[in-house]
Design a protein around this ligand. Structure first.
Ligand code: IMP
Ligand code: MG
Length: 187
């Protein structure tokens, strides 16, 4: 864990959990980890929207790691009310690429209940992908509802609602270059 600090933005007090430099070093390592499994005909699929910054940085790190992926996108929505996740996933935007016989790397921001990524993984396996791997920036293992493991994970995350580096609170704070926890969401 990096040294903790608090930052106040627009009245929200945000506790920094993962600093910019900490994330960028880990992203470079993750690219090397992905390269080490020697993916074949690699198709990278960021799951929108929360993964967009992590995916952009990881993909640029693939250049130094000598990976030559193709990239396509998926947008998924999971329905939940405040307390219960219904477990229902809807595909809002599907990949245009035929995944048959290919190695696919799904990228997401957080693995929480696991429902979103388990759904995406099963879908691509059913379409004939050779191997479907999962890369997430953060893992909240305490919240898992279905059995799924990330093949590549940036950091284990405490059971706190986090924002930044693509992740939002009501569409705000995606632009933050660090990951933080909003201490006073109802300010
Ligand atoms: P699950 O694994 O299906 O429960 O879904 C994980 C998704 O929930 C992530 O891709 C995020 O979009 C969202 N999510 C979970 N925890 C957080 C959080 O702390 N901040 C922002 N989004 C979150
Ligand atoms: Mg998401």
């Amino acid at each position: 864990m990096p040294p903790m600090s608090d930052i106040t933005i627009n009245g929200h007090k945000i506790e920094v959990l993962f600093a910019e430099r900490t994330i960028s070093k880990r992203v470079d390592e993750l690219a090397r980890e992905v390269a080490s499994v020697k993916p074949q005909q690699l198709l990278v699929v960021p799951v929108l929207k929360g993964s967009f910054i992590f995916a952009a940085d990881l993909l640029r790190a693939f250049y130094d790691a000598k990976l030559l992926p193709e990239v396509d996108f998926m947008m998924l929505a999971s329905y939940r009310d405040k307390t219960v996740s219904s477990g229902q996933i809807e595909v809002l935007r599907d990949v245009e690429t035929d995944v048959r016989g290919r190695d696919v790397l799904l990228i997401d921001d957080i693995l929480e209940s696991g429902r979103t990524l388990a759904y995406a993984k099963d879908l691509l396996v059913a379409r004939g992908a050779n191997r479907v791997m999962v890369a997430v920036l953060l893992d909240k293992p305490g919240k898992r509802a279905v059995s799924i493991k990330a093949d590549f994970c940036g950091f284990e995350c405490p059971d706190k609602f986090v924002v930044g580096y693509g992740m939002d609170m009501a569409h705000a704070y995606r632009e933050l270059p660090f990951v933080g926890h909003v201490l006073n969401p109802d300010k």
